[in-house]
Design a protein around this ligand. Structure first.
Ligand SMILES: *Cc1c(COP(=O)(O)O)cnc(C)c1O
Length: 397
């Protein structure tokens, strides 16, 4: 089927929730995606931070194939081995206590909301149910996680939204604390606001807020759906902020390309969700868990060191490129602020030249596979450099 026919059939049969680029990806290897026309693209987007080990990593696809041939699913009414292996790894590496597995970031965040509300209900009775999130945040697309998302553009059409959320100004301790009255059970935030433009929170703000929440028995919950699993140069981003959250949520990179999310709780909230208070049919699917176990096994300290080295290299190269006014982010999660603010034309020019990049608000966003080879990285950086030179360099002369 030619591309035009595919596009027409897609437009006919698939809901128009995504405006897509005119490319059909049929296969991939490492950080290289290949289109139906045989064109190669260096992928600096990783399927939005999902393909943490790139396309079809041998160990990863081996682990997935092996589990698929052994046991693809059974219900959560029975015990299975892969989920226990992944939970053990997450718990021992995070310093938290217990895991609930689900299928996406939004679902992991739904679980965190339920944990926070039931934690406070069990301890204080009804009324302590409000959750404070941050302006410019993103927490997902379900009705409740849209509510949690602190951006007005997401609060449209789907009324009524879930009650019990309020939004504080990021990095403004006074404003945040002014919202933390007796009706509040939790603070929920991204340490690097991803969809909001790749904006890291200030360390002092986070530490002060964390201490305040500890003192007042307000759960401190971190949405690590995008920042987790090595993306920011440590396995979890919270490690770089000197805190141990009460709850974290994971998804995107966890399964290396298969749908799996997790809500991970520390000692305070580990036993809040009891029998029949939560569940999901596909949660802890054995194949997805085998994939996640492979990802977690690969991200050891050498692997993380490598991420930090590649990150440094990327930051230093990109800072010097024409049209770049600022580079933000941590590890291999980068936001590039452009002088013109026009990231859309850069994205399509990159695409024409064989490089996939993302945007977040006005910024260009890069989330390369964590194990991208130096050669692939160099190729991608060179394409980005030449595109920015073509689009911006004339302004400097
Ligand atoms: C992507 C994302 C989500 C939503 O994850 P889905 O898997 O799309 O439901 C939630 N929070 C953050 C920080 C994200 O980046």
């Amino acid at each position: 089927m030619g591309f035009e026919k595919l596009k027409n059939e897609s437009d006919l049969h698939i809901m128009g929730t995504y405006s897509r680029f005119p490319v059909c990806i049929v296969e991939g290897n490492g950080a290289v995606a290949v289109s139906d026309e045989g064109k190669e693209y260096i992928d600096f987007g990783s399927g939005i931070g999902v393909n943490s080990l790139g396309y079809c990593d041998k160990d990863w696809s081996g682990a997935v194939a092996k589990q698929a041939a052994l046991l693809q699913h059974t219900s959560n009414l029975y015990y299975t081995k892969p989920q226990v292996a992944v939970a053990k790894k997450i718990v021992s590496k995070s310093g938290l206590n217990k895991v609930f597995f689900c299928n996406s970031g939004a679902e992991a965040n739904e679980c965190a909301v339920k944990v926070a509300r039931k934690y406070a209900f069990d301890k204080y009775g009804a009324g302590r149910n409000k959750i404070i999130t941050l302006k410019n945040s993103f927490h997902g697309r379900t009705v409740t996680t849209l509510s949690a998302t602190g951006q007005d553009v997401f609060h449209n059409y789907f009324f009524p939204f879930t009650e019990g959320f309020d939004y504080a100004i990021a990095n403004d301790f006074q404003d945040t604390v002014s919202k933390l009255d007796d009706s509040v059970c939790a603070v929920f935030l991204e340490l690097v606001q991803g969809e909001g433009g790749v904006v890291p929170l200030d360390k002092n703000y986070v530490k002060e807020l964390y201490d305040y929440c500890c003192d007042n028995d307000i759960l401190f919950m971190v949405d690590e759906v995008q920042t987790g699993i090595g993306r920011t140069g440590t396995l979890f981003c919270f490690e770089q902020y000197g805190i141990l959250p009460d709850v974290i949520t994971l998804a995107k990179g966890l399964g290396g390309g298969l749908p799996i999310g997790a809500c991970v709780t520390g000692h305070k909230a580990a036993d809040v969700l009891t029998s029949a208070t939560h569940g999901t049919t596909f949660g802890a699917n054995p194949v997805c868990c085998a994939a996640a176990e492979c990802v977690l096994n690969k991200i050891d300290s050498d692997f993380l060191n490598d991420i930090r080295k590649k990150s440094e290299y990327m930051f230093s190269k990109i800072k010097q490129m024409p049209g770049v006014s600022r580079v933000r982010g941590l590890g291999m999660m980068m936001g590039i602020e452009l002088e013109s603010g026009d990231s859309k034309s850069v994205v399509s020019e990159c695409l024409n030249n064989g490089l996939l990049v993302l945007t977040a608000k006005m910024a260009l966003r890069l989330l390369p596979p964590l194990n991208i080879s130096w050669d692939e990285l160099e190729r991608g950086i060179n394409i980005l450099g030449s595109v920015l030179t073509k689009l911006f360099a004339w302004k400097k002369v």
